[in-house]
Design a protein around this ligand. Structure first.
Ligand SMILES: *Cc1c(COP(=O)(O)O)cnc(C)c1O
Length: 236
């Protein structure tokens, strides 16, 4: 984005995406229904379209189809899209979910845009969100892999983080987790463990499932699937 050349929206790109999205949404809903089948744990599931890595045209097309909630991973990308969207569709209010690794010094820059903070995994982030966005809706992210370098608190830490965030006045709606990319068995076990913790903590939301593992997630009791590729195609 340069100052002399204001960013523009490509209407042809929006039109192409408007053609592609409804079919992908139908296919996704069919996958979700087939997965739920008569699985005893299956519940109603919210589809959160994840627009990270896609241009604002993808969001504009989705907004024109009536979608109002989007997931983004990076603060600068979220801010840029929110700004362009407000120029292109000034009457539309969308709810952005922050789902990427969160740095406390970036919270301020997107606090006005973010409606749900899904990737909260430490006390410092709870405090900063409570300061910049009092009463905000959050999820606590739990690390579902054995790799401590991955985002998320441990299963053991989650209850105290939920308690801390609640004490700080935040609305803890649920827990979020990312499955292991290449290990269905480990992912299924971790999804079920997360679902059990959601129940034990009496929370409403269990945010699990992405394009590649949404069937496992639905059968494990997901209430919110975060879908990028299956809706918007491969990221550029
Ligand atoms: C990118 C991302 C998604 C969407 O992934 P797809 O595989 O494209 O559906 C969901 N959740 C998180 C945390 C992500 O980073």
């Amino acid at each position: 984005m340069t100052e002399d050349r204001p960013p523009t929206i490509d209407p042809d790109d929006v039109a192409d995406r408007l053609e592609a999205l409804p079919g992908r949404m139908v296919a996704l809903q069919q996958r979700l229904e087939a997965a739920a089948g008569n699985a005893p744990q299956a519940r109603p599931v919210l589809i959160l379209p994840v627009s990270k890595g896609h241009p604002v045209e993808a969001v504009i097309a989705a907004v024109d189809l009536g979608w109002r909630e989007f997931g983004e991973n990076y603060a600068h990308e979220l801010s840029a899209k929110a700004e362009l969207l407000s120029l292109a569709r000034p009457d539309v209010d969308v709810c952005w979910h922050f789902i990427g690794q969160l740095q406390s010094n970036k919270i301020r820059t997107v606090a006005n845009e973010v409606g749900v903070w899904q990737s909260v995994d430490r006390a410092k982030l709870c405090r900063e969100i409570a300061r910049r966005s009092p009463g905000a809706r959050i999820h606590i992210q739990v690390n579902l892999s054995d790799d401590p370098a991955k985002a998320g608190c441990t299963f053991e830490e989650a209850p105290e983080l939920v308690a801390l965030a609640t004490d700080l006045g935040l609305r803890v709606e649920g827990l979020m987790g990312v499955g292991a990319a290449d290990d269905d068995e480990a992912t299924a076990v971790a999804f079920r463990r997360l679902r059990a913790l959601v129940d034990a903590l009496k929370l409403a939301e269990c945010s699990i499932g992405m394009s590649a593992d949404l069937e496992l997630a639905v059968r494990s009791g997901s209430t919110l699937v975060r879908i990028g590729t299956a809706l918007f195609g491969p990221r550029g």
